[in-house]
Design a protein around this ligand. Structure first.
Ligand SMILES: [Zn+2]
Length: 460
């Protein structure tokens, strides 16, 4: 999503407030997408198994059953020829649902083979499994590039719900009235700004995903903005220089130097208050769920409530992350954060670390966008760098620092510091020439030069 192309892609999310009839329809859409996903996986694994068995039986490569193509186009074509038999109910949902499931499965297969071949970064991707009715996230994606504005109701509070084929082709007056009631999903917030930029041609909608996230329905538009049309934010007073950021659970984050109005005098950015309240409520609900009989109505009700609280916790933290990322990207020239835990190192670690990784992953994503928008340099430091075990005053490294230790006391220079502040200062010091900026935009060097080594040598 570099600026070279003159465009950036951003997600725009609105909370939805569907009627009971609309919600039933959405659930069946998500089910149809899941069905098509599972159909695709079954088709491909069946084909692989047949070919493997034939090979074992000594059939020559020339006479093997032909391989099923993994392209979404040919898979869709094949699904459509079999649709009437495998999904006789297909007319009751919008046809886009099947495309969504097949596209997703084709992508999962591509990811798997790329990962296997070693051409995909990150954690190893397993062969895609079936999505279960109980556990799969409810989500369906629509792609319709020709009639962009038709997604949004001019009233500014409606998003189009694609209707089932059976309804669309009905001549019955009663059915047509029912369609009128179904076609617009009410949004809580106004869609005015999105409507305007799309109407002006300054942005285009790439795809639309409706999902049940955090206990409620939402719509997420993938929007491609011309650079000039990006939302402009309030400028903040610049401090300049470098700041190290340690993302945590006890505090939202700790900065290597305090900012008035953002952090306390030590540099801690406190967790937002509603977050703490919701975390307490979450613990209470967890205890309630544990006391319920499995499969009981009470348990289902508590689980639904817990999903909504989880959703609020996530939303509150995300909002706080956005505000902090905005502050950092506006005020400093360079922001240094710790890198995510590298793939393969994620086993057997305490829960707090897992939670911190979730928060860190999201924060890093938001911060990347914010820094990219402002040309601020974002630098990540390898997780193997012992940021919390090193003394920020004398660089002596402690052999061991148990998780949860709040105070760092150096055995060498006897300085005593808060562990998070110490880690943040170490991150700031790690910003040295040769460290890799996170984004190309933030890289002040001409892009044609050869890249510096990925990471600076870490002082042992
Ligand atoms: Zn020291």
């Amino acid at each position: 999503m570099g600026a070279e192309s003159g465009h950036v892609t951003r997600a725009v999310v609105f909370a939805l407030d569907p009627s009971p009839a609309q919600e039933r329809l959405l659930r069946s859409y998500c089910g149809a997408a899941r069905f098509a996903f599972n159909w695709t996986i079954a088709e491909v694994t069946g084909n692989l198994a047949v070919r493997a068995a034939e090979r074992d039986a000594g059939v020559s490569d020339m006479t093997l059953t032909p391989a099923v193509s993994w392209s979404k186009f040919s898979l869709r074509k094949q699904f459509n020829t079999e649709k009437a038999t495998v999904a006789p109910w297909a007319g009751e949902v919008a046809k886009h649902c099947f495309d969504a499931g097949i596209t997703q499965a084709a992508q999962a297969l591509t990811n798997w083979s790329a990962s296997k071949a070693g051409s995909r970064a990150g954690r190893r991707v397993g062969f895609p499994g079936f999505k279960s009715r109980d556990k799969a996230k409810l989500s369906v994606t629509f792609v319709e590039l020709n009639h962009q504005l038709s997604w949004l109701n001019p009233s500014r509070h409606g998003v189009r719900l694609m209707l089932p084929q059976a309804l669309l082709h009905s001549k019955d007056a009663h059915v047509r009235r029912m369609m009128q009631q179904l076609v617009w999903l009410h949004t809580v917030e106004s869609t005015r700004r999105l409507f305007q930029v799309v109407e002006d041609g300054r942005a285009s909608i790439q795809q639309v995903t409706i999902s049940h996230t955090g206990g409620r329905w939402q719509v997420s538009f993938l929007v491609r903005y011309a650079i000039a049309a990006r939302p402009v934010k309030q400028p903040l007073q610049r401090v300049g220089g470098t700041v190290g950021v340690d993302v945590g659970i006890t505090h939202l984050a700790t900065l290597s130097r305090p900012i008035d109005g953002v952090t306390d005098e030590f540099g801690h950015v406190p967790n937002p208050r509603p977050l703490a309240a919701q975390l307490a409520r979450l613990q209470q609900l967890d205890r309630g769920v544990a006391r319920c009989r499995p499969g009981s109505k009470n348990r289902a009700r508590l689980l639904a409530r817990r999903a909504r609280v989880h959703g609020r916790v996530a939303a509150t933290r995300k909002m706080a992350h956005h505000m902090l990322a905005n502050q950092l990207a506006c005020r400093f020239d360079t922001v240094v954060i710790e890198d995510l835990n590298v793939a393969g190192m994620t086993h057997n670690r305490p829960l707090a670390r897992a939670l911190a990784d979730v928060a860190l992953g999201q924060f890093r994503q938001i911060l990347t966008t914010e820094c990219d928008d402002r040309g601020t340099r974002l630098v990540t430091v390898d997780r193997f760098y012992p940021s919390s075990k090193t003394c920020s005053a004398c660089t002596a490294v402690k052999a061991k620092l148990p998780l949860g230790t709040r105070v760092f006391d150096c055995d060498h220079c006897k300085s005593i510091l808060d562990t998070d502040v110490n880690a943040a200062r170490n991150l700031e010091h790690q910003h040295v020439a040769g460290l890799r900026p996170e984004t190309r935009n933030a890289d002040p060097r001409p892009h044609k030069t050869t890249r510096a080594p990925a990471r600076a040598a870490v002082a042992a």
